[in-house]
Design a protein around this ligand. Structure first.
Ligand code: ATP
Length: 290
């Protein structure tokens, strides 16, 4: 069985404060794009429970630290399935530690896939609840499309009639740890008023230049200070394409919005000289997600 695990970008990211449980309170507009990992699941029948994972990717763990394995563990525990297990094969295409929620998306795909494979009949809400135990971005990745994510990221409000268009993603050749970026974030950078309502309005108007003007990412200045080479790259990209360049999540992936495939292709061609990891992708609506 094949499940697609789609990457996400942030159109807004406001950090509102620090919670007593150690997480940050966030308010984000998340949007799926059609860059995906492929997750192949095969049911293993037997006396004991086995979760086996393989992948040609060399830069991720393949044991319980992999979010896909962690998701399978949560699934079997919560559904009281003690016999049999799953073989997970991952074809990795989403850049790792890039601000694109690759690991969370893999976890969500495993939850959706196991639900079908074992015919358990869990609802999407149930799967999202299981996903929240694996990671804060997993619930969004269960549904995909466009949504406002609040709390630590698990409280979702779907955005219907989102923006249609294309995105050029560029992943600079470095890994950024989300935990390190949050650690470097000072309270002075917390938002007092989140920007998601204004962004949702721009998305529903389908006004790409308004979306660009209303983009906000409270982590962007932190990551750019920690990695000045990303700030330099961003400036050069803006000079070359004449559009604003944004950072997704804790970075370092940078992106540009494009209204048409042809305009996206021109930007893609221009950016290929800057890095190896460049992708032209489409914004995905929830209804075309599964
Ligand atoms: P986010 O945007 O949610 O912060 P990210 O895109 O920055 O996520 P990931 O690609 O999910 O980051 O990887 C973050 C860390 O998670 C890496 O250090 C990686 O080793 C680990 N990881 C665990 N499972 C996976 C997976 N299936 N794919 C990628 N990374 C994984």
């Amino acid at each position: 069985m094949l499940e697609q695990a789609y990457a996400k970008i942030n159109l807004t990211l406001d950090v509102l404060g620090r919670r007593s449980d150690g997480y940050h309170e966030v308010d984000m507009v998340l949007q799926s794009v059609d860059l995906s990992d492929q997750i192949w699941l095969e049911r293993l029948d037997g006396e004991d429970q086995r979760i086996v994972m393989e992948s040609a990717a060399t830069n991720i763990p393949l044991d319980g630290r992999n979010l896909a394995v962690a998701a399978a563990q949560v699934f079997f525990r919560k559904t009281d399935i003690h016999l049999g297990g799953v073989h997970i094969h991952l074809d990795k295409h989403i850049p790792v530690a890039a601000g694109l929620a690759g690991g969370s998306s893999d976890a969500a795909a495993v939850l959706r896939g196991l639900n079908r494979l074992y015919q358990v009949g869990l609802s999407m809400e149930d799967l999202a609840t299981l996903g929240a135990e694996v990671g804060s971005d997993v619930p969004f990745c269960v549904y995909g499309g466009c949504a406002v994510a609040r709390g630590r990221g698990e409280q979702l409000t779907r955005v219907t009639h989102g923006l249609r268009g294309w995105v050029v993603l560029l992943k600079p050749p470095l890994f950024v740890s989300t935990a390190d970026v949050y650690q470097a974030l000072t309270p002075a950078r917390y938002s007092s008023v989140p920007t998601s309502d204004a962004m949702v309005e721009a998305l529903q108007l389908g006004d790409i230049s308004l979306v660009e003007r209303r983009f906000f990412n409270g982590l962007q200045p932190v990551t750019l200070e920690m990695y000045p080479e990303v700030a330099v790259l961003k400036q050069r990209m803006e000079q070359v394409c004449g559009s604003r360049v944004f950072m997704s999540g804790s970075g370092p992936t940078l992106f540009v919005l494009a209204p048409t495939q042809a305009s996206g292709q021109r930007i893609y061609n221009a950016f290929r000289g800057f890095a190896k990891d460049v992708h032209l992708v489409r914004l995905l609506q929830a209804e075309e997600f599964h």
